[in-house]
Design a protein around this ligand. Structure first.
Ligand code: UDX
Length: 410
C-alpha cells in the first residue's frame, strides 16, 4: 500500500520503517526539518535499537519529508503525533491540526490514529474533517519498539468495518490476534492497558516498602512467587523507583482527568499515580537511611539517566528526578549513562562507569542497563551501593541497601 505517517517520534518512525520493510511504499512526515534530514540519511535523531539498519535496508520504499504535499497519493495515513498533558488533561491540538492539514491535500485517504487519545477523539476528527477515521493504538515499548511492532501480543483496531478491514490487512503479517471494535473501545483499551501496567508497578512498589520494614523480606522473591501464578504473571512486577517515560505518567493523568470530566472517579489509577509520585522521596530515604545530613558534601555516582534501559529517552525520567532531589540534600553528583548525553546542571558526567565510581563515595543504580548488572564488586570496594532498580545480588557487596530489601543494614 501507499502509506503516510505523520509524526516521526519513537512510534511514528518505527511504524514507518516496519511497514516499509513489509512491502509498503511509505512516506514519513514531520515539521522539524533537521529531524527529517536525519531520517533521510538513515541516522535517526533518536536511539532505538535496529532502527537505523531498518531504514537503511528500506531506502527504496521509505522516505521522509516536511511537506504534507507528499501525502497527496497515499491511501492511508497514520497519525502518530504527540498528545501531551495540558493542565492535567490531554492536549489534542497536534492530532487535530495534523488531520486538518491532511484534509487539504488528500481528503479521500483513511486516517488511522496511532497517537494515544482519549475516547471520543476519533469522533471529533470525523466531525472536523468529514474523513473516515480508524483507531489503531500502539503497545510498543521504547528500546524494543521494532520487535514489539513486528510481533505484538495483539492488534487493536477501531472504526467502521470497511476501515477496520484495511487496517487488518496492513498488520496481517504480524500473525497477532486482532481485536476489531469501535473507535471508542480501541481508545479505551490503550488507556486501560497502560493504567493497569502502571498499577501493577505501583502495587509491587508498595509491597517493596512493606518488605523494607520486615527483616528477612525481599520484594524480588515476593514478586517471583506471585508472578509464577499465571493469573498474575511475572512481568511489570519489578519494584524500583517508579515508572517514568513518555507514556505511563502522561496516560494515567489523562485518563484520570478524562474520567473525572465524565463524572467518574478512577480511584485505583489515582492511587497508582500517588504511589509513583512518592517513589523519589522513598529512594532518597533508602539512601540516607534515617540520616538526612548524611548526603551533605558527599559524592554520589548515579548510574543511569534514561527512564529505563535501552533508550536515550529522559522524558519523565525518575533518575533525573532523583538527581535533583539528591542535589537538594547537598550531595555532589557524578553521572554515567551508556547512551544519554544530556547535560544535567550541577552534575559531573563521566564517560566510563569505572571513573564515575572511582570518583564517588556512594554508588546508586538508577537505570536497569544490562552493563550495571555485571557491576564488579572489586571496583566498588567498600563504597555503599544503593540499588533502587533491584538488579544486583545483595550478597556481592559488603555495604548494600535496596528498595524492597528487608535486610537493609550496613
Ligand atoms: C509503555 C508501555 O509498556 C507500552 O505498551 C506503551 O505503548 C508505551 O508505554 P515504555 O514507556 O516504552 O512503554 O516503557 P515500559 O517498558 O513500559 O516501562 C515504563 C516505565 O516503567 C519505565 O520507567 C520502567 O523502568 C518502569 N517499570 C517497568 C518498572 O518500574 N517496573 C516494571 O516491572 C516494568
Amino acid at each position: 500500500m501507499r502509506i503516510g505517517v505523520i509524526g516521526l517520534g519513537y512510534i511514528g518512525s518505527v511504524t514507518a520503517a516496519v511497514l516499509a520493510n513489509h512491502g509498503n511504499d511509505v512516506v514519513g512526515i514531520d515539521t522539524v526539518k533537521p529531524k527529517v534530514d536525519a531520517f533521510n540519511s538513515a541516522n535517526p535523531p533518536i536511539y532505538e535499537p535496529g532502527l537505523s539498519d531498518l531504514i537503511e535496508r528500506n531506502r527504496d520504499s521509505l522516505r521522509f519529508s516536511t511537506s504534507y504535499e507528499d501525502l497527496k497519493d497515499v491511501e492511508v495515513v497514520f497519525i502518530a503525533v504527540p498528545t501531551p498533558n495540558r493542565d492535567g488533561g490531554i492536549d489534542l491540538s497536534y492530532v487535530m491540526s495534523a488531520a486538518s492539514s491532511l484534509k487539504q491535500v488528500n481528503p479521500d485517504c483513511l486516517i488511522i490514529i496511532k497517537s494515544t487519545v482519549v475516547p471520543g477523539t476519533a469522533r471529533k476528527v470525523i466531525e472536523s474533517t468529514g474523513m473516515t477515521v480508524a483507531s489503531n493504538p500502539e503497545f510498543t515499548r521504547e528500546g524494543s519498539a521494532i520487535a514489539d511492532t513486528e510481533s505484538p501480543d495483539r492488534v487493536v483496531i477501531g472504526g467502521p468495518e470497511s476501515a477496520s478491514r484495511i487496517v487488518e490487512g496492513i498488520w496481517i503479517f504480524t500473525g497477532a490476534p486482532m481485536v476489531v471494535t469501535t473507535n471508542e473501545n480501541a481508545e479505551l483499551i490503550k488507556y486501560a492497558s497502560n493504567s493497569f501496567l502502571a498499577t501493577k508497578i505501583s502495587f509491587i512498589n508498595e509491597f517493596a516498602n512493606l518488605c523494607e520494614k520486615i527483616p528477612g523480606a525481599d520484594v524480588e522473591t515476593v514478586a517471583r512467587g506471585m508472578g509464577l501464578d499465571q493469573r498474575i504473571g511475572e512481568r511489570f512486577l519489578k519494584a524500583g523507583i517508579g515508572y517514568g517515560g513518555s507514556c505511563f505518567p502522561k496516560d494515567t493523568l489523562a485518563i484520570l482527568s478524562f474520567a473525572r470530566s465524565m463524572g467518574q472517579d478512577l480511584r485505583i489509577v489515582d492511587s497508582a499515580i500517588t504511589v509513583n509520585d512518592g517513589r523519589i522521596d522513598h529512594a532518597v530515604d533508602v539512601i540516607i537511611d534515617g540520616n538526612p545530613e548524611s548526603l551533605r558534601g558527599r559524592r554520589i555516582a548515579i548510574l543511569g539517566v534514561a527512564f529505563k534501559d535501552n533508550t536515550d529517552d529522559v522524558r519523565e525520567s525518575q533518575p533525573l528526578k532523583l538527581i535533583n532531589s539528591l542535589l537538594g540534600h547537598g550531595a555532589m553528583i557524578n553521572v554515567y549513562d551508556p547512551i544519554v548525553r544530556t547535560i544535567i546542571e550541577g552534575t559531573t558526567r563521566f564517560s566510563t562507569v569505572e571513573e564515575c565510581i572511582r570518583k564517588s563515595e556512594i554508588v546508586v543504580i538508577a537505570t536497569e542497563w544490562p552493563e550495571f548488572r555485571k557491576l564488579d564488586p572489586g571496583l566498588v570496594g567498600d563504597r555503599l551501593v544503593v540499588d533502587v532498580r533491584r538488579i544486583l545480588d545483595p550478597s556481592d557487596f559488603p555495604l548494600f541497601r535496596a528498595v524492597g530489601y528487608g535486610n537493609a543494614s550496613d
